[in-house]
Design a protein around this ligand. Structure first.
Ligand SMILES: Cc1ncc(COP(=O)(O)O)c(C=O)c1O
Length: 336
């Protein structure tokens, strides 16, 4: 029986990376370092950050980009952030230490992980990081820490009404209570605005919710709070493969393509093809109507609200690959 050809999902051609892979360098490195290892192209990271910044400039929106560190552990990215003035989004005490240790200042860090431990909150407050608050008890703990240390900078995270079981954010009545608490504890916390974290990669729900956050800022200002920025989180899709390759892959893949006959439905996969991705997704988000029917960029400008974002994968697009050494091939597996 002839083995069926393995199902493949080719990425877009990348002549620069291809030239490195075709040279002898990866082979030599597998002997020198052992394998697997990551081959990183930090200039691509810088270019991806710059593309997001261009969109902000074109849209006339005051904004700040925070690289979501969870997307990749390599120190190279946060070193680039420290040098280039890009912010970093951290989700744990380990990530916060790494960011600080590689030269990112506290003011350039946003802490976004859900259910934050006391030591994470304490160090974040001491360094002047911006903290996305997910629950009333978290806000109360931050206030207690800040009362004996320094003014805490916070965002209140809004639970997306379309994802009510998310770990990220507070519902409307909790947000009302949180705003009152912030007003009462103005000597301990500076409420800088609101944030959201939506799972998935769709642009319109992000744009709609961003519009709602702008409205919330206006409401919070009436209560005497600063509320001059919103964070729309991450979730900018990456377009790794061409539409026809993605369509073929999702149509043809079966359990025979995976070890131990595992099976996956299309919704289990990251959307490896996306017609609108990366900085273009930001452009689409900023220019399509938000909550009030105006383009989000107009709403932000009119309200004097800054746009923060936490892209992870989108900043790493084409910024590297992993080199594996094939240990061996068992042909009986291919002949199933
Ligand atoms: C709070 C938060 N921000 C940003 C991100 C980064 O997402 P992405 O890599 O899809 O941009 C994540 C990912 O889970 C997240 O949980």
């Amino acid at each position: 029986m002839t083995p069926s050809p393995p199902l493949t999902l080719p990425t877009y051609p990348d002549p620069e990376l291809e030239a490195v892979l075709q040279s002898n360098l990866p082979h030599e490195l597998t002997y020198a370092l052992g394998a697997p290892f990551h081959l990183l192209l930090p200039d691509r990271f810088d270019a991806n950050v710059a593309a997001f910044q261009v969109v902000l400039d074109e849209a006339g929106v005051d904004g700040r980009i925070y690289y979501a560190k969870k997307a990749n552990k390599a120190a190279a990215w946060i070193e680039r952030c420290a040098t280039g003035g890009t912010g970093v989004d951290v989700a744990s005490i380990g990530e916060l230490r790494e960011a600080l240790g590689h030269g990112v200042c506290g003011e350039g860090i946003v802490v976004t992980g859900p259910a934050k431990a006391d030591n994470l909150l304490r160090i974040a407050v001491l360094h002047g990081c911006l903290i996305a608050i997910d629950a009333l008890d978290e806000l109360e703990r931050v206030i207690v820490i800040a009362q004996t240390t320094r003014l805490a900078r916070i965002l209140l995270r809004h639970l997306p009404p379309v994802q009510l079981h998310s770990r990220f954010g507070m519902n409307d009545s909790e947000l009302d209570t949180a705003m009152r608490l912030c007003g009462d504890a103005a000597d301990a916390v500076r409420m800088e605005g609101f944030s959201l974290h939506l799972s998935g990669y769709a642009v319109q729900p992000r744009s709609d919710m961003a519009g709602e956050l702008v409205e919330l800022c206006l409401k919070a200002r009436v209560m005497g709070l600063q509320a001059d920025r919103i964070s729309i989180g991450g979730g900018f899709a990456v377009d790794y493969v061409a539409a026809q390759d993605w369509e073929r892959f999702t149509r043809e893949q079966t359990s025979a393509d995976y070890h131990a006959g595992k099976s996956f439905s299309t919704s289990d996969f990251y959307p490896y093809h996306s017609p609108v991705a990366g900085a273009d997704a930001l452009r689409s988000l900023a220019t399509r109507p938000g909550g009030t029917g105006n383009p989000l960029a107009h709403q932000l400008r009119d309200a004097g609200v800054m746009l923060l974002m936490e892209p992870g994968r989108a900043l790493l697009d084409r910024a590297g690959c992993t080199v594996f050494r094939v240990q061996g091939v068992k042909t009986s597996f291919l002949m199933a």
